[in-house]
Design a protein around this ligand. Structure first.
Ligand code: ZN
Ligand code: FE
Ligand code: FE
Length: 184
């Protein structure tokens, strides 16, 4: 059902969505850390868990600054992203290939958050909620940093290890003899 809404309500909904998303993540990140084979990857997940707990606190500060009670609004997107990550973990053996998949799943989460915080910050700016702007901006910076760290890990070693460990059908096919005859 549609209802008439103000920019203030849209903004509050966005903050409530982020609040629920971050809370879901505080439960998912320990599982992702446990599933990681690479110690470096585990460390990134554990460090981001600490930051994520701060993100929850910052969102509570935003509710306070707006005089609103801190209540989440179920974030279906984060629920879906976490579900995909869980599936990946249960379908694959532990190792570098699964780590490469875990990084991809985690980067989807970071990109979702980066997008959500970016929009919420813009809307807070328009509404003149300066305390919210600076709190959202701080978290946005940490989400971007987490995304960069994951990228560095993937491109630095984990993707190569995954290829070495598990190989690729493409490589075999390319190296193999050509069996197609002219005309086909
Ligand atoms: Zn976060
Ligand atoms: Fe959401
Ligand atoms: Fe994050």
């Amino acid at each position: 059902m549609t209802k008439s809404m103000t920019m203030d309500q849209l903004f509050l909904d966005e903050v409530r969505d982020l609040y629920d998303a971050e809370k879901q993540l505080t439960k998912a990140l320990p599982k992702m850390a446990k599933a990681a084979s690479s110690e470096a990857l585990r460390t990134v997940f554990e460090a981001h868990l600490g930051q994520t707990q701060e993100h929850v606190t910052r969102l509570e500060q935003i509710f306070d600054s707006l005089g609103e009670k801190g209540a989440g609004k179920k974030c279906a997107a984060m629920q879906g992203l976490i579900k995909e990550g869980d599936q990946l973990v249960s379908e694959m053996h532990q190792g570098a290939l699964r780590d490469a998949g875990l990084i991809a799943a985690a980067q989807k989460v970071e990109h979702y958050e980066i997008s959500g915080y970016g929009s919420a910050r813009t809307h807070a700016q328009m509404l003149g909620h300066s305390e919210a702007v600076s709190l959202l901006d701080e978290t946005l910076g940490e989400e971007k940093e987490a995304d960069r760290k994951l990228n560095d890990l993937a491109e630095g070693t984990i993707n190569d290890e995954a290829m070495e460990e598990s190989g690729s059908d493409m490589k075999v096919r390319r190296a193999g003899p050509r069996t197609r005859t002219a005309g086909h």
